[in-house]
Design a protein around this ligand. Structure first.
Ligand code: MTE
Ligand code: MO
Length: 383
């Protein structure tokens, strides 16, 4: 695979793997704004970044278990109603490094910044699928299609040089309220190559592995995509399953991500000379479940208080309101006194009253996905 034509990147990113390029922003950079600037948005790839040069010739094929397959151009997509959806994308591997410290897992190591929030602009997939005669909220096509597969143009080692693939249920793809997009803009700008230029899928509330970049075709299929990243990766196994006894078919592909939070104003071990300190970070949950509460402890988890949280100014959480921030994180902040030493612990609660698990042990899995355990930071006062 050829890595000589990669796009320019912000040098402040922390590189976790060079080829394919995998990088995340510094913790303090991640929470410096509610909307993550494109150059600071984490980048997660499985091959070289494709180059699409001739937009006039670019077509997305829509085929499979439907009556009339078609090809749509970029103009066709732009002519559909445009929607802006504020959504947090989170890699399932976020906080993997921490999980691996407990017991070794396989995969690219990530700190706590393999996520970001952007305003994605594009057409709703449900509107695109109307072009092939599928109406909203379709469960199955007349020829038995129940899933929508997205196929890219990039080349991945895991697919033996073939393209990256993933799928979502047809019911979700044709549901206007699910806000699944074919996005051509990120934060009001033309999508950058790193993030899927010219067109990518955005599946809000779902692990970002399903938001396929550099979209080439859409296929209506019977069962979930058999692509590597659906069938042999990104599945949540119990701690007892290891590489010698794994049976991939026994689990469903992971879709929604669970409630997550992390402290980003501090490193895991922090030395300070100050008497007051800001604790700030993010909390986010999948499936459109908003954040209900962010709990902080400064005594290792014995006592807790609630941190103030803020969403995008002017936006309130309105259930079922398409343009609300139900797909996006909240940022939180609190100021505390600093004793000689303290152990800060963080956990969030979502609108479904789901709470993060206390320790990594109960959720450890061999691929190191979905580490949502309580985040701990140790502070030592050197004054
Ligand atoms: N789409 C393609 N075509 N190729 C990829 O390697 N990686 C997936 C997803 N879509 C991937 C892809 C994964 S695992 C993640 S976490 C997100 O893209 C990362 O999106 P980003 O690089 O825009 O942050
Ligand atoms: Mo990912």
């Amino acid at each position: 695979l050829e890595y000589s034509r990669e796009p320019p990147r912000n040098p402040s990113l922390r590189i976790n793997a060079k080829e394919p390029f995998n990088a995340e922003p510094k913790r303090s950079d991640l929470i410096s704004s509610y909307i993550t600037p494109v150059d600071l948005f984490y980048k997660r790839n499985h091959g070289p970044i494709p180059i699409v040069t001739d937009l006039d010739k670019y077509r997305v094929t829509i085929e499979g278990l439907i009556q009339n397959p078609i090809q749509v151009s970029m103009d066709d997509i732009r002519n559909l109603p445009k929607h802006n959806v504020t959504a947090t994308l989170q890699c399932a591997g976020n906080r993997r490094t921490e999980m691996s410290k407990r017991r070794k897992v396989r995969g690219v190591g990530w700190d706590a910044c393999a996520l970001g929030t952007a305003i994605w602009g594009g057409a709703k997939l449900c509107d695109v699928l109307k072009l092939v005669g599928l109406s909203n909220n379709t469960l199955t096509t007349t020829s038995g299609g129940r899933h929508v597969e997205f196929i890219s143009v990039d080349m991945c080692k895991e697919e033996n040089g073939g393209p990256y693939k993933a799928s979502v249920p047809l019911k979700q793809a044709t549901n206007p309220a699910a806000d699944v997009l074919l996005a051509y803009e990120m934060n009001g700008e033309v999508l950058k190559r790193d993030h899927g230029y010219p067109l990518r899928v955005i599946v809000p509330g779902v692990i970002a592995a399903r938001s396929v970049k550099w979209l080439a075709s859409i296929k209506i299929i019977e069962e979930e995509s058999q692509g590597f990243f659906m069938a042999k990766d990104y599945k949540m196994f119990p701690p007892t399953v290891d590489w010698d006894n794994i049976v991939w078919d026994t689990r469903k592909p992971q879709m929604d991500f669970p409630v997550q939070s992390a402290i980003c104003s501090l490193e895991d071990v922090t030395f300070t000379r100050q008497r007051k300190m800001t604790i700030a970070g993010y909390a986010v949950s999948g499936g459109g479940r908003g954040i209900e509460r962010v709990d902080i402890s400064v005594d290792g988890g014995k006592t807790w208080f609630e941190a103030s949280r803020h969403q995008k100014p002017g936006i309130k959480y309105i259930p079922d309101e398409v343009t609300s921030d139900k797909w996006a994180w909240v940022l939180f902040k609190t100021v505390v006194d600093v004793p000689d030493r303290m152990e800060i612990v963080l956990k969030a609660v979502d609108s479904g009253a789901n709470v993060q698990p206390e320790s990594v042990d109960s959720i450890w899995n061999l691929r190191g996905i979905l580490n949502t355990s309580w985040h701990h930071v140790h502070v030592f006062n050197a004054s």
